[in-house]
Design a protein around this ligand. Structure first.
Ligand code: FAD
Length: 394
């Protein structure tokens, strides 16, 4: 008789934790998702899902639940922020869907999270436990016990730390790991699409590049709202992902920008802000029956819009590994890490490089603009084959 996988505890019910519960649930592996909130904290910003992410969501059976709320941008339109000039366009829409067999979508994080939650709730092997903030973990004789801050307890044969950037579980796997402020801060706001002038009303992802700062915008909520994210270097780091943002401090990073480029920033209200951190590379992603997933294992800077995509891909690789090593979570976790580490490290590295390119100033900015202006659209899309292509979650 093949060995049966025993219950897996998942600390964190964000995008990665819920994706992992669905992936394991579809393999009939029981999970308990321990989430410190009421599963309703995803009030935040928008999210871009490249074809690698939507392909993974298709495999999880989640696409139908999110598509009604998603928007399909036609292209990424890249501009120089100082002059306002358009530099390049990367085709998305049909071109990307035909090339990669899955669409490029933009949507509100809350809509993605709600879709994942709906599918997870409908799966028999998945148990969702809200208001369970994992504060301690004990491993004893083949069993893992998670203790909640409120005195609650959960038991399983293994535990996945999907508890995000500021992971509690990570400190058990890699006590030496530390997060470092990158020197940049991000701001986000939503603007109703109905009131927008050109070029912000176009069905595009807009990307505006400038010295030490950049701006991204794209429609969410099926096209009703525009999600605006600005990233600027400077200031000091602070923990938290939903602080109220000081619009004047934000605008001071964009004073030299062309009137058109910064007019969007002046229109938006209710800014929230957070600091961008990077993690010193981990020596390992698991310790015996405890493993890390998503931002807890490999946070990425937002310049390639890939953090959630990687967490969703992780979920599929984790489930495949647990099926390949039944009844032996430590072996499954080593296999999962071997599958995922090369790709996640490449995305982390290239995200940092894209950030440096986005924020170039002086003569290097002009050289970058020239390169972008000379590239044809097909070459531009092709350059993302390694990321969006069907290479699989490994
Ligand atoms: C500016 C910016 C823009 C981004 N844009 C994109 C994008 O366009 N596309 C993309 O793919 N990615 C994007 N990302 C990255 C993406 O948001 C993250 O990579 C993704 O949310 C990671 O998922 P996760 O499940 O690992 O962590 P999270 O989504 O952070 O979820 C962690 C969960 O764990 C819970 N938790 C924490 N501690 C505990 C505990 N002790 N006990 C129980 N529960 C706990 C939290 O409440 C939360 O629900 C962006 C990130 C930033 C900063």
């Amino acid at each position: 008789m093949p060995k049966r996988e025993r219950r897996v505890l998942i600390a964190g019910g964000g995008i990665g934790g819920l994706a992992a519960a669905i992936a394991l649930g579809r393999c009939r592996i029981e999970t308990s998702v321990l989430e410190r909130s009421g599963f309703a904290e995803e009030t935040g910003a928008g999210i871009q899902l490249g074809p690698n992410a939507t392909r993974a969501l298709k495999a999880l059976g989640v696409m139908e639940a999110i598509e009604p709320f998603a928007f399909r941008p036609e292209a990424i339109s890249i501009h120089d922020g100082l002059s306002g000039r358009r530099l390049a366009s990367v085709p998305l829409g049909k071109a990307a869907e035909e090339r990669y067999g899955a669409p490029y979508l933009t949507l509100h994080r809350a809509d993605l999270h709600a879709g994942l939650r709906k599918i997870a709730q409908g799966l028999g092997p998945v148990e969702l436990r809200p208001n369970f903030a994992v504060a301690g973990i004990e491993t004893l004789a083949g069993e893992v016990m998670a203790q909640g801050a409120e005195g609650s307890e959960a038991r399983g044969a293994s535990l996945i730390g999907a508890d995000g950037l500021w992971s509690t579980v990570r400190s058990l796997v890699e006590p030496e790991a530390s997060l470092r402020f990158t020197g940049a801060r991000a701001w986000r706001a939503l603007v109703p699409c109905a009131s927008l002038p050109a070029p912000f009303d176009a069905p595009m992802v807009g990307l505006w590049l400038g010295p030490r700062a950049h701006l991204v915008h794209y429609p969410v909520r099926g096209g009703d709202d525009l999600n605006v994210v600005a990233v600027a270097e400077g200031g000091t780091g602070s923990q938290g992902w939903n602080q109220s943002g000081d619009a004047e401090a934000l605008l001071s990073s964009f004073t030299r920008w062309a009137k058109d480029s910064k007019s969007l920033l002046e229109r938006a209200a209710g800014w929230r802000s957070w600091s961008l951190y990077r993690l010193t590379p981990l020596r390992r992603w698991s310790a015996g029956p405890i493993a890390l997933l998503g931002d807890a294992a490999h946070p990425v800077l937002p310049y390639l819009a890939q953090g959630a995509a990687l967490a969703i891909e992780d979920a599929l690789a984790l489930a495949a590994s647990m099926q390949a090593c039944p009844g032996d979570p430590p072996a499954a976790f080593l296999r999962y890490e071997a599958l995922r580490r090369p790709r996640t490290a490449r995305v982390q590295r290239l995200s940092r490089r894209f950030g440096r390119i986005y924020h170039l100033g002086g003569p290097m900015r002009l050289a970058r603009n020239l390169v972008l202006e000379r590239r044809n659209q097909e070459t531009a899309l092709k350059s993302f084959d390694w990321l969006y292509g069907a290479a699989g979650p490994g």
